[in-house]
Design a protein around this ligand. Structure first.
Ligand SMILES: [Zn+2]
Ligand SMILES: [Zn+2]
Length: 119
């Protein structure tokens, strides 16, 4: 999925396994996008709403680490939803994509009950 070695390193960690476990428990192993649309589909992938590679630094409040390990920035998806989500991310201009992601993230946080990230 990703070619950034720093991102790969973040994913090859125990911490990422723990974050994924939290997300899988929250979603009960179901695609969260399908669920929001009223369908129950087994999930396959853990998607980052604000892209980890889009962060400019490794650490800091909006760094790669913060984005990667924030369960609220993760969405459990089935394969078709994951493809659809990434297609939507690509089908706009850069500025639009950025604004859309921010909105998607805010909507998602609202959906989760307005809880801000703890990790
Ligand atoms: Zn789905
Ligand atoms: Zn993704």
């Amino acid at each position: 999925m990703s070619r950034d070695p720093r991102y790969q390193k973040l994913l090859n960690s125990k911490r990422w396994q723990e974050v994924k476990a939290i997300v899988w428990r929250r979603a009960e192993g179901l695609c969260e996008r399908c669920k929001a649309e009223g369908r129950l589909t087994p999930a396959v992938d853990c998607h980052h709403i604000l892209p980890v590679e889009g962060a400019k630094t490794i650490d800091g409040p909006d760094g790669m680490e913060a984005r990667c390990y924030n369960p609220n920035n993760c969405q459990l998806l089935c394969v078709p939803c994951h493809i659809k989500t990434h297609a939507e991310m690509r089908s706009h201009t850069k500025a639009e994509v950025k604004a859309n992601r921010q909105r998607a993230f805010e909507r998602w946080i609202e959906h989760l009950g307005g809880k801000t990230p703890t990790e």
